[in-house]
Design a protein around this ligand. Structure first.
Ligand SMILES: Nc1nc2c(ncn2[C@@H]2O[C@H](COP(=O)(O)OP(=O)(O)OP(=O)(O)O)[C@@H](O)[C@H]2O)c(=O)[nH]1
Length: 350
Protein backbone atom coordinates (compact mmCIF):
# COMPACT_ATOMS: atom_id res chain seq x y z
CA UNK A 1 0.00 0.00 0.00
CA UNK A 2 1.39 3.45 -0.77
CA UNK A 3 2.20 5.95 1.94
CA UNK A 4 -0.69 8.31 1.14
CA UNK A 5 -3.32 5.57 1.26
CA UNK A 6 -1.86 4.03 4.38
CA UNK A 7 -1.70 7.35 6.24
CA UNK A 8 -5.23 8.31 5.15
CA UNK A 9 -6.75 4.97 6.10
CA UNK A 10 -5.13 5.12 9.52
CA UNK A 11 -6.60 8.59 10.04
CA UNK A 12 -10.10 7.33 9.11
CA UNK A 13 -9.75 4.38 11.49
CA UNK A 14 -8.52 6.77 14.17
CA UNK A 15 -11.74 8.78 13.75
CA UNK A 16 -13.84 5.63 14.07
CA UNK A 17 -12.05 4.52 17.24
CA UNK A 18 -12.05 8.05 18.69
CA UNK A 19 -15.81 8.32 18.07
CA UNK A 20 -16.29 5.06 19.89
CA UNK A 21 -13.94 5.94 22.79
CA UNK A 22 -15.42 9.38 23.24
CA UNK A 23 -17.47 9.55 26.43
CA UNK A 24 -16.50 6.07 27.58
CA UNK A 25 -14.06 7.18 30.22
CA UNK A 26 -10.76 6.40 28.52
CA UNK A 27 -7.86 8.18 30.20
CA UNK A 28 -5.10 10.30 28.57
CA UNK A 29 -2.78 7.29 28.17
CA UNK A 30 -5.33 5.60 25.90
CA UNK A 31 -5.72 8.76 23.80
CA UNK A 32 -1.95 9.21 23.50
CA UNK A 33 -1.57 5.58 22.49
CA UNK A 34 -4.36 6.04 19.94
CA UNK A 35 -2.53 9.05 18.47
CA UNK A 36 0.81 7.24 18.43
CA UNK A 37 -0.71 4.16 16.83
CA UNK A 38 -2.73 5.82 14.08
CA UNK A 39 -0.90 9.09 13.44
CA UNK A 40 2.77 8.40 14.17
CA UNK A 41 3.21 4.67 13.61
CA UNK A 42 2.24 4.67 9.86
CA UNK A 43 5.06 7.15 9.11
CA UNK A 44 7.58 5.18 11.19
CA UNK A 45 6.55 1.97 9.41
CA UNK A 46 6.92 3.71 6.04
CA UNK A 47 10.42 5.01 6.83
CA UNK A 48 11.53 1.63 8.14
CA UNK A 49 10.25 0.02 4.90
CA UNK A 50 11.92 2.47 2.50
CA UNK A 51 15.24 2.20 4.30
CA UNK A 52 15.14 -1.56 4.39
CA UNK A 53 17.20 -3.67 1.98
CA UNK A 54 14.22 -5.88 1.25
CA UNK A 55 11.35 -3.41 1.12
CA UNK A 56 8.68 -5.95 0.21
CA UNK A 57 9.57 -8.16 3.16
CA UNK A 58 9.66 -5.26 5.59
CA UNK A 59 6.34 -3.95 4.29
CA UNK A 60 4.84 -7.39 4.77
CA UNK A 61 6.22 -7.45 8.32
CA UNK A 62 4.59 -4.04 8.88
CA UNK A 63 1.26 -5.43 7.76
CA UNK A 64 1.54 -8.34 10.15
CA UNK A 65 2.31 -5.84 12.92
CA UNK A 66 -0.73 -3.73 11.85
CA UNK A 67 -2.94 -6.83 12.24
CA UNK A 68 -1.46 -7.72 15.60
CA UNK A 69 -2.01 -4.21 16.96
CA UNK A 70 -5.52 -4.00 15.50
CA UNK A 71 -6.33 -7.20 17.43
CA UNK A 72 -5.02 -5.63 20.63
CA UNK A 73 -7.16 -2.52 20.02
CA UNK A 74 -10.24 -4.69 19.46
CA UNK A 75 -9.71 -6.45 22.77
CA UNK A 76 -8.81 -3.20 24.58
CA UNK A 77 -12.02 -1.56 23.33
CA UNK A 78 -14.06 -4.70 24.24
CA UNK A 79 -14.80 -5.77 20.67
CA UNK A 80 -17.17 -3.03 19.50
CA UNK A 81 -18.82 -4.51 16.40
CA UNK A 82 -18.37 -1.82 13.73
CA UNK A 83 -14.87 -0.59 14.71
CA UNK A 84 -13.66 -4.20 15.12
CA UNK A 85 -15.06 -5.17 11.74
CA UNK A 86 -13.48 -2.05 10.18
CA UNK A 87 -10.07 -2.92 11.65
CA UNK A 88 -10.36 -6.55 10.63
CA UNK A 89 -11.47 -6.01 7.04
CA UNK A 90 -8.95 -3.22 6.37
CA UNK A 91 -6.09 -5.44 7.55
CA UNK A 92 -7.45 -8.43 5.59
CA UNK A 93 -7.86 -6.41 2.36
CA UNK A 94 -4.35 -4.99 2.72
CA UNK A 95 -2.80 -8.41 3.07
CA UNK A 96 -4.98 -9.92 0.34
CA UNK A 97 -3.77 -7.26 -2.09
CA UNK A 98 -0.25 -8.20 -1.09
CA UNK A 99 -0.43 -12.01 -0.81
CA UNK A 100 -3.81 -13.16 -2.22
CA UNK A 101 -6.06 -15.55 -0.27
CA UNK A 102 -3.14 -16.66 1.93
CA UNK A 103 -2.76 -13.00 2.95
CA UNK A 104 -6.38 -12.88 4.17
CA UNK A 105 -5.83 -16.01 6.27
CA UNK A 106 -2.61 -14.58 7.70
CA UNK A 107 -4.42 -11.34 8.56
CA UNK A 108 -7.08 -13.35 10.41
CA UNK A 109 -4.35 -15.27 12.23
CA UNK A 110 -2.36 -12.22 13.40
CA UNK A 111 -5.52 -10.35 14.40
CA UNK A 112 -6.56 -13.39 16.45
CA UNK A 113 -3.11 -13.37 18.10
CA UNK A 114 -3.53 -9.65 18.81
CA UNK A 115 -6.95 -10.18 20.40
CA UNK A 116 -5.55 -12.96 22.59
CA UNK A 117 -2.68 -10.70 23.62
CA UNK A 118 -5.13 -7.84 24.28
CA UNK A 119 -7.44 -10.14 26.23
CA UNK A 120 -4.50 -11.31 28.33
CA UNK A 121 -3.63 -7.68 29.19
CA UNK A 122 -7.08 -6.08 29.44
CA UNK A 123 -9.22 -9.09 30.30
CA UNK A 124 -12.00 -10.66 28.23
CA UNK A 125 -14.90 -8.22 27.92
CA UNK A 126 -17.37 -7.76 25.12
CA UNK A 127 -19.45 -4.66 24.45
CA UNK A 128 -20.37 -4.93 20.78
CA UNK A 129 -22.87 -2.05 20.69
CA UNK A 130 -21.73 1.15 18.97
CA UNK A 131 -23.31 4.58 18.78
CA UNK A 132 -24.78 5.95 15.52
CA UNK A 133 -21.78 8.27 14.93
CA UNK A 134 -19.27 5.39 15.23
CA UNK A 135 -21.44 3.21 13.00
CA UNK A 136 -21.75 5.93 10.36
CA UNK A 137 -18.04 6.68 10.51
CA UNK A 138 -17.22 2.97 10.19
CA UNK A 139 -19.44 2.62 7.12
CA UNK A 140 -17.95 5.79 5.60
CA UNK A 141 -14.40 4.58 6.34
CA UNK A 142 -15.03 1.18 4.81
CA UNK A 143 -16.66 2.68 1.74
CA UNK A 144 -13.83 5.15 1.24
CA UNK A 145 -11.26 2.45 1.79
CA UNK A 146 -12.85 0.11 -0.75
CA UNK A 147 -13.10 2.93 -3.28
CA UNK A 148 -9.41 3.75 -2.83
CA UNK A 149 -8.48 0.09 -3.30
CA UNK A 150 -10.67 -0.08 -6.43
CA UNK A 151 -9.07 3.12 -7.77
CA UNK A 152 -5.62 1.66 -7.20
CA UNK A 153 -6.63 -1.56 -8.94
CA UNK A 154 -7.87 0.50 -11.90
CA UNK A 155 -4.62 2.50 -12.04
CA UNK A 156 -2.64 -0.73 -11.93
CA UNK A 157 -4.60 -2.43 -14.68
CA UNK A 158 -4.32 0.72 -16.80
CA UNK A 159 -0.56 0.72 -16.27
CA UNK A 160 -0.43 -2.98 -17.08
CA UNK A 161 -2.42 -2.39 -20.26
CA UNK A 162 -0.12 0.46 -21.32
CA UNK A 163 2.96 -1.60 -20.50
CA UNK A 164 1.56 -4.46 -22.59
CA UNK A 165 0.91 -2.08 -25.48
CA UNK A 166 4.46 -0.74 -25.25
CA UNK A 167 5.81 -4.27 -25.05
CA UNK A 168 3.79 -5.29 -28.10
CA UNK A 169 5.07 -2.29 -30.05
CA UNK A 170 8.64 -3.12 -29.01
CA UNK A 171 8.11 -6.77 -29.98
CA UNK A 172 6.88 -5.69 -33.41
CA UNK A 173 9.92 -3.44 -33.77
CA UNK A 174 12.24 -6.29 -32.81
CA UNK A 175 10.50 -8.69 -35.22
CA UNK A 176 10.70 -6.17 -38.07
CA UNK A 177 14.36 -5.59 -37.29
CA UNK A 178 14.97 -9.32 -37.15
CA UNK A 179 13.30 -9.73 -40.53
CA UNK A 180 15.34 -6.87 -41.99
CA UNK A 181 18.53 -8.42 -40.67
CA UNK A 182 17.47 -11.78 -42.04
CA UNK A 183 16.81 -10.20 -45.44
CA UNK A 184 20.06 -8.29 -45.34
CA UNK A 185 21.93 -11.48 -44.58
CA UNK A 186 20.37 -13.27 -47.56
CA UNK A 187 19.84 -10.42 -50.04
CA UNK A 188 22.09 -8.52 -52.36
CA UNK A 189 21.66 -4.82 -51.51
CA UNK A 190 21.97 -3.52 -55.09
CA UNK A 191 19.48 -5.83 -56.83
CA UNK A 192 17.41 -7.22 -53.97
CA UNK A 193 18.12 -10.71 -55.34
CA UNK A 194 19.26 -13.50 -53.07
CA UNK A 195 22.98 -13.57 -52.36
CA UNK A 196 25.46 -16.40 -52.63
CA UNK A 197 25.07 -17.39 -48.98
CA UNK A 198 21.35 -17.99 -49.49
CA UNK A 199 21.99 -19.86 -52.73
CA UNK A 200 24.28 -22.38 -51.04
CA UNK A 201 21.54 -23.28 -48.55
CA UNK A 202 18.75 -23.30 -51.14
CA UNK A 203 20.72 -25.39 -53.59
CA UNK A 204 21.53 -28.10 -51.02
CA UNK A 205 17.89 -28.20 -49.98
CA UNK A 206 16.43 -28.28 -53.50
CA UNK A 207 18.98 -30.78 -54.76
CA UNK A 208 18.13 -33.30 -52.04
CA UNK A 209 14.42 -32.71 -52.59
CA UNK A 210 14.67 -33.28 -56.35
CA UNK A 211 16.98 -36.27 -55.84
CA UNK A 212 14.47 -37.85 -53.45
CA UNK A 213 11.58 -37.21 -55.83
CA UNK A 214 13.56 -38.32 -58.92
CA UNK A 215 13.13 -34.87 -60.51
CA UNK A 216 15.61 -32.84 -62.53
CA UNK A 217 17.05 -29.49 -61.41
CA UNK A 218 18.78 -26.98 -63.66
CA UNK A 219 21.03 -24.05 -62.99
CA UNK A 220 21.75 -21.12 -65.31
CA UNK A 221 24.97 -19.20 -64.79
CA UNK A 222 24.55 -15.85 -66.51
CA UNK A 223 27.25 -13.21 -67.06
CA UNK A 224 27.05 -9.81 -68.74
CA UNK A 225 29.43 -9.61 -71.70
CA UNK A 226 32.25 -7.06 -71.65
CA UNK A 227 30.86 -5.47 -68.57
CA UNK A 228 34.15 -3.74 -67.87
CA UNK A 229 33.72 -1.86 -71.15
CA UNK A 230 30.23 -0.72 -70.09
CA UNK A 231 31.68 0.58 -66.84
CA UNK A 232 34.52 2.28 -68.66
CA UNK A 233 32.32 3.82 -71.35
CA UNK A 234 29.27 4.85 -69.31
CA UNK A 235 30.54 5.05 -65.75
CA UNK A 236 30.18 2.84 -62.70
CA UNK A 237 26.69 4.09 -61.90
CA UNK A 238 25.43 3.15 -65.35
CA UNK A 239 27.16 -0.21 -64.81
CA UNK A 240 25.10 -0.61 -61.65
CA UNK A 241 21.94 0.29 -63.56
CA UNK A 242 22.76 -2.44 -66.09
CA UNK A 243 23.15 -4.97 -63.27
CA UNK A 244 19.78 -3.94 -61.79
CA UNK A 245 18.22 -4.07 -65.25
CA UNK A 246 19.35 -7.66 -65.84
CA UNK A 247 18.30 -8.62 -62.31
CA UNK A 248 14.78 -7.38 -63.06
CA UNK A 249 14.68 -9.26 -66.32
CA UNK A 250 15.80 -12.48 -64.65
CA UNK A 251 13.24 -12.13 -61.92
CA UNK A 252 10.49 -11.20 -64.33
CA UNK A 253 10.71 -14.50 -66.20
CA UNK A 254 11.43 -16.73 -63.22
CA UNK A 255 8.83 -19.18 -61.92
CA UNK A 256 7.58 -19.11 -58.34
CA UNK A 257 9.94 -21.84 -57.14
CA UNK A 258 13.06 -20.54 -58.89
CA UNK A 259 15.82 -18.93 -56.86
CA UNK A 260 17.43 -15.96 -58.61
CA UNK A 261 20.65 -14.81 -57.05
CA UNK A 262 23.49 -12.41 -57.72
CA UNK A 263 26.43 -14.75 -57.79
CA UNK A 264 29.22 -12.22 -58.24
CA UNK A 265 29.80 -8.72 -59.65
CA UNK A 266 28.00 -9.04 -62.97
CA UNK A 267 27.30 -12.73 -62.68
CA UNK A 268 23.93 -14.28 -61.76
CA UNK A 269 22.83 -17.80 -60.96
CA UNK A 270 19.31 -19.14 -61.41
CA UNK A 271 18.37 -22.24 -59.54
CA UNK A 272 15.42 -23.91 -61.26
CA UNK A 273 14.15 -26.95 -59.35
CA UNK A 274 12.23 -29.56 -61.35
CA UNK A 275 13.34 -27.97 -64.64
CA UNK A 276 14.74 -30.34 -67.27
CA UNK A 277 17.69 -29.45 -69.52
CA UNK A 278 15.66 -28.48 -72.61
CA UNK A 279 13.48 -26.04 -70.69
CA UNK A 280 16.55 -24.57 -69.00
CA UNK A 281 18.24 -24.00 -72.34
CA UNK A 282 15.11 -22.39 -73.71
CA UNK A 283 14.87 -20.13 -70.68
CA UNK A 284 18.52 -19.07 -71.01
CA UNK A 285 17.98 -18.28 -74.68
CA UNK A 286 14.91 -16.25 -73.78
CA UNK A 287 16.97 -14.17 -71.33
CA UNK A 288 19.73 -13.73 -73.88
CA UNK A 289 17.45 -12.49 -76.66
CA UNK A 290 15.40 -10.27 -74.33
CA UNK A 291 18.49 -8.52 -72.99
CA UNK A 292 20.04 -8.03 -76.40
CA UNK A 293 16.73 -6.64 -77.69
CA UNK A 294 16.40 -3.96 -75.02
CA UNK A 295 19.37 -1.59 -74.73
CA UNK A 296 19.16 0.25 -71.44
CA UNK A 297 18.39 3.94 -71.56
CA UNK A 298 20.43 5.85 -68.95
CA UNK A 299 19.97 9.58 -69.41
CA UNK A 300 20.79 10.30 -73.05
CA UNK A 301 22.85 7.16 -73.41
CA UNK A 302 21.52 3.93 -74.80
CA UNK A 303 23.61 1.04 -73.44
CA UNK A 304 23.65 -2.05 -75.60
CA UNK A 305 24.38 -5.26 -73.77
CA UNK A 306 24.44 -8.99 -74.19
CA UNK A 307 24.89 -11.93 -71.90
CA UNK A 308 26.46 -15.33 -72.02
CA UNK A 309 25.09 -18.29 -70.08
CA UNK A 310 26.17 -21.77 -69.06
CA UNK A 311 23.45 -24.32 -68.29
CA UNK A 312 23.87 -27.46 -66.20
CA UNK A 313 21.22 -29.98 -65.14
CA UNK A 314 21.02 -32.51 -62.35
CA UNK A 315 21.67 -35.40 -62.58
CA UNK A 316 23.40 -35.35 -66.01
CA UNK A 317 25.99 -32.68 -65.26
CA UNK A 318 26.64 -33.31 -61.60
CA UNK A 319 24.98 -34.67 -58.47
CA UNK A 320 26.19 -32.05 -56.02
CA UNK A 321 25.89 -28.27 -55.85
CA UNK A 322 29.61 -27.90 -56.32
CA UNK A 323 29.75 -30.20 -59.34
CA UNK A 324 26.74 -28.55 -60.99
CA UNK A 325 28.15 -25.05 -60.55
CA UNK A 326 31.51 -26.19 -61.87
CA UNK A 327 29.80 -27.66 -64.96
CA UNK A 328 27.76 -24.49 -65.53
CA UNK A 329 30.90 -22.38 -65.09
CA UNK A 330 32.77 -24.43 -67.69
CA UNK A 331 29.84 -24.01 -70.09
CA UNK A 332 29.81 -20.26 -69.47
CA UNK A 333 33.55 -20.08 -70.08
CA UNK A 334 33.00 -21.90 -73.36
CA UNK A 335 30.22 -19.45 -74.32
CA UNK A 336 32.60 -16.55 -73.69
CA UNK A 337 35.34 -18.26 -75.69
CA UNK A 338 32.98 -18.89 -78.59
CA UNK A 339 32.32 -15.19 -78.99
CA UNK A 340 29.82 -14.31 -76.18
CA UNK A 341 26.10 -13.53 -76.54
CA UNK A 342 25.37 -17.23 -76.47
CA UNK A 343 24.16 -20.10 -74.31
CA UNK A 344 26.18 -23.28 -73.80
CA UNK A 345 25.15 -26.54 -72.21
CA UNK A 346 27.51 -28.25 -69.78
CA UNK A 347 29.34 -31.35 -70.95
CA UNK A 348 28.25 -34.68 -69.52
CA UNK A 349 29.85 -35.41 -66.13
CA UNK A 350 31.91 -38.46 -65.27
N1 LIG B 1 29.34 -1.03 -61.88
C1 LIG B 1 29.70 -2.14 -61.27
N2 LIG B 1 30.77 -2.84 -61.73
C2 LIG B 1 31.11 -3.98 -61.13
C3 LIG B 1 30.40 -4.47 -60.01
N3 LIG B 1 30.97 -5.63 -59.63
C4 LIG B 1 32.01 -5.87 -60.48
N4 LIG B 1 32.08 -4.87 -61.39
C5 LIG B 1 33.03 -4.73 -62.48
O1 LIG B 1 32.72 -5.68 -63.48
C6 LIG B 1 33.88 -5.86 -64.27
C7 LIG B 1 33.96 -7.31 -64.66
O2 LIG B 1 34.98 -7.39 -65.60
P1 LIG B 1 35.53 -8.73 -66.17
O3 LIG B 1 35.53 -9.78 -65.08
O4 LIG B 1 36.85 -8.44 -66.81
O5 LIG B 1 34.50 -9.21 -67.18
P2 LIG B 1 33.84 -8.51 -68.43
O6 LIG B 1 34.39 -7.18 -68.71
O7 LIG B 1 32.37 -8.58 -68.24
O8 LIG B 1 34.27 -9.47 -69.57
P3 LIG B 1 33.64 -10.87 -69.91
O9 LIG B 1 32.98 -11.43 -68.71
O10 LIG B 1 34.81 -11.70 -70.31
O11 LIG B 1 32.70 -10.64 -71.05
C8 LIG B 1 35.04 -5.38 -63.42
O12 LIG B 1 35.57 -4.21 -64.03
C9 LIG B 1 34.45 -5.04 -62.09
O13 LIG B 1 35.05 -3.90 -61.48
C10 LIG B 1 29.31 -3.70 -59.54
O14 LIG B 1 28.63 -4.04 -58.56
N5 LIG B 1 29.00 -2.57 -60.19
Amino acid sequence: MNRRNRTMSFVWVLLVLAAHMWGRGFGPVAWVLLGLQFLVYPHVAYFVAVRSKNQMRTEFGNMLLDGLMFGIWMAALRFPLWPSYTLFICAAINMTVFRGAAGALLAAAVIACGTLLGAAVFGVHTEPATGPLTTSLSIATLSLYLLVVAKDAYARSLMLFQTRQQLRAKMEEVLALQQRLQEQSTQDPLTGLFNRRYLVEAMERELSRCARAGLPLSILLVDIDHFKRINDAFGHQSGDAVIVHLAQLLRQHARAGDVVCRYGGEEFLLLCPEMPQAAALERAQQYRTSLAAQPLQVGDASIPMTLSAGVATFPEHGDSAEALIRSADEALYRAKGLGRNRVELAGLSG
